[in-house]
Ligand binder design. Sequence first.
Ligand SMILES: CC(C)(COP(=O)(O)OP(=O)(O)OC[C@H]1O[C@@H](n2cnc3c(N)ncnc32)[C@H](O)[C@@H]1OP(=O)(O)O)[C@@H](O)C(=O)NCCC(=O)NCCS
Length: 179
Amino acid sequence: MNTNTLPKINLRELTKEDAEDRYQWCLDVDVIRHLNMPNKYPPFTREETRQWIDMCISRSNGYEQMAIETGDGVHIGWIDLKNIDKLNKHGELGIAIGDKNYWGKGYGLAAMRAMLEYGFTRLGLNKIWLRVEVDNEKAIKSYRRMGFVEEGILREDRLRSDGYVDRLRLSILKSEFQA
Ligand SMILES: CC(C)(COP(=O)(O)OP(=O)(O)OC[C@H]1O[C@@H](n2cnc3c(N)ncnc32)[C@H](O)[C@@H]1OP(=O)(O)O)[C@@H](O)C(=O)NCCC(=O)NCCS
């Protein structure tokens, strides 16, 4: 993929003020449809959202979660690495562009590229993997474009309101990212 043409983004530390955007984004069923969230609506209360953001800021939940901003400072989503296995040097990626106005413009790819760079260089990981529901075509396309390849199918891995769905497990190696 030619990453030179991707839009400018900035990954920054979360702040307490990010909780309201996060809460509003999670009221949007299009945004949360494929996210690993409780099967209720809204998935989290304002207070739960604030508590979650606080845990991310204090790094007390095992997440390396960052806010995604456009080059001109608009807060548009979040991205994280979790389930970090220090022994085997891999971790799991998660991403959401919460503001739908910014979908399909390359912001997801730009944020992923920055997070992969962070994971491979700053955290010293060798592999970054993810799980994606088989019917989340938009995300799968984006991950493949980024260079993720399929490791296998996790059968009935996610329980949604419409029943169990399979998830694909995809990954990218440090050597592939740097090539
Ligand atoms: C999945 C998700 C993160 C993808 O992010 P995105 O910013 O919408 O997607 P991308 O960065 O891959 O954008 C690529 C699209 O932008 C277009 N694009 C426009 N300008 C571009 C540019 N300068 N560079 C690259 N692509 C560009 C591409 O052509 C492509 O369009 P296409 O999908 O019609 O082919 C986002 O849709 C999302 O947050 N979805 C909801 C949450 C979710 O499902 N998360 C994943 C859970 S596993």
